[in-house]
Design a binder for this molecule. Sequence first.
Ligand code: ADP
Ligand code: MG
Length: 702
Amino acid sequence: MPSEGGLDQPVQYIKGVGPKKAALFEKLGIHTIRDLLLHYPMRYEDRSQVKKIAQVEVGEFVTLIAYVRSSAAKPRGRRGGVFEAAFADDTGFLKTTWFNVSGKAMAARFKPDSEWIVSGRVEINRYSGAKTIYHPDTEKYDGDGSLGAMGRITPVYPATEGLTQKNIRAATLAAMEHAGALEDFVPEAMNKRYRLPPLADAVRLVHWPATGVNMDDLELARTREQKKLIFNEFFLTQAGLALKRKGRNPQRKGIAMDAGPELIRKIKSLFPFKLTHAQDRALAQIAGDIIGGERPMTRLLQGDVGCGKTVIALAAALIATRNKKQAAIMAPTEILAAQTCRKISSFLKDTKVDTVLLTSTSRNRSKTLEQIKEGSAHIVVGTHALIQEGVEFADLGMAVIDEQHRFGVAQRAELMRKGESPHTLIMTATPIPRTLAMTLYGDLDVSTIDELPPGRTPVHTRMYGKGNRAQALAMVRDQAREGGQAYIVYPLVEESEKLELKAARVMFDHLKEADLAGLRLGLVHGKMKSAEKEKVMADFMEGLLDVLVSTTVIEVGVDAPNASVMMIEHAERFGLSQLHQLRGRVGRGSRKSHCLLMADTFPGSPAWERLKVMEKTNDGFAIAEADLTIRGSGDFFGQRQSGFPEFRIGQILRDHKILAEARKAAFGLVENDPHLLQPEHAPLFRAISKWWAEKFSLGSVG
Ligand code: ADP
Ligand code: MG
């Protein structure tokens, strides 16, 4: 067996890879032979059966060997350049079409009579009725099939300019002789328990599947070999999380508090409504953490906008105050903090609990600070101002962070440092599937509110193109006439704040004078002073304005129950989760509400598909899943969450069952051997030290 060391040799060691190719492999992040082995195919083509053109049927995915008989480039139209080529073999010919391409470049590539391997799904052209493959995959056919790339299932790799599939296939094939040197950090017994094949076999067969493997299984990553590699990836990250969780401030005890059924019942009686089942469940989980008292609670509470998280935060705060401790609730903006404070005060008006507001513009700041310090302020609601120097709590027992994605990890830690190991509750309105939450917030416990309070009417959502803009504006006018209110939101254009501002101002003036003349309009933009902004927002919330035009995203969580229209300009520029957040601003009262997505798209385009999701569902989880599938986890969580692990082969949504298994296995292993001291856990220890520690730093809040 070759030694592991061989794996860390540079790719140039592989036959056929010289300095020039090595530089191209570098671009793909491939430096060593190990990297090459872990450069898994992104998909496969079944070339075990090459079809003749005469045999192809509509709807079928086919691979052909054919030559270019004729081609035509059409000038740039609405969809960019169109390129058409007719491919032929000895039985007939078949059309292929590309949109949005440079006709010149395509014509240079597909020269008459050149031979190609063409694959794709056969469809019917709507206009001509001819069988057509749109955007087929093509590869130059060199007649020999020497790599075994024909007549079998062939891997297709992520590639880069200058490096062909053939190059990559040759390199990975040559690297296969080193596969046996890969060390499996999953202990043998565990492989047996989960029926996982040996690692080296899995690597070989994932690159070059055996003939006869079901293509659907391969596409969906359901083969035994794929499962093994996915399991390994997830297992490593989960073992890292398990260790981190085990090692989390072991010396810190949680603050012991009474959170028994009697207290919870009393707290619930303060609300003018019955909690939903989901709220009840979340509150019971919080109480359970606190009663346990082994260590401080670190719980994430997630749920769609309007599901009633703030109410649960208040309940958590009240558990603390009833135990003679203080609670702090930190919100990302002044508007939100003020609103939360108002709401809480109204729930607590018949109690002796004192709620104060602390922001950077607070009047009576020194008095408020004094109250916090001596403990006469029981619940402190505030912004970042809460974590500034000079803010001292008498005895902080519960720290709540609202809209966690707006804060960095460091800021969360700051708030916690204002007390002695206070319990913490972190809230987010971008709900994500449970399996994903486990991975992303691995060392937090997660509660999910998956139910809205009764009496909400779902928001009706529709796309509007240029052609029916007038109709959308008519909707705004009608709703205003009937006593409703509307938001009109413009996307934030980061490159040019000035331009954006101008556009919004021009639009604002225009709307005011023309389309929405006679209505009371207000404008909020990022360049306004916070006091001015608050004034306009407050006017809107009090019903002194009919329409609020906003250049920035309207503050998450703002509650104007009378608002019934959300009109979003250039909706295609927003992410789905963002659109869903915006939509959550309306439909808060009993009035039937509408979300108007203004976008110039055409059916079938990616933007159209995305916005279609908004039309189809109001379910934040479904939208988060769709967003995640479309954008990938990296984009979804954005820069701030960049510690999120990227997997090479595992996909959290598709492979959630394997993730759950790997998690269970990893947590079980760490439970039994918390320091990975057993000899059979040495490879795992090495792998984690090497890879995990540097890559993953998320979720650490304590
Ligand atoms: P979130 O913070 O999750 O966006 P909120 O806590 O602000 O949601 O609740 C949204 C609205 O629903 C508030 O006006 C709140 O008083 C109300 N609400 C919360 N829970 C319930 C419930 N169980 N029954 C009726 N109304 C509720
Ligand atoms: Mg809220």
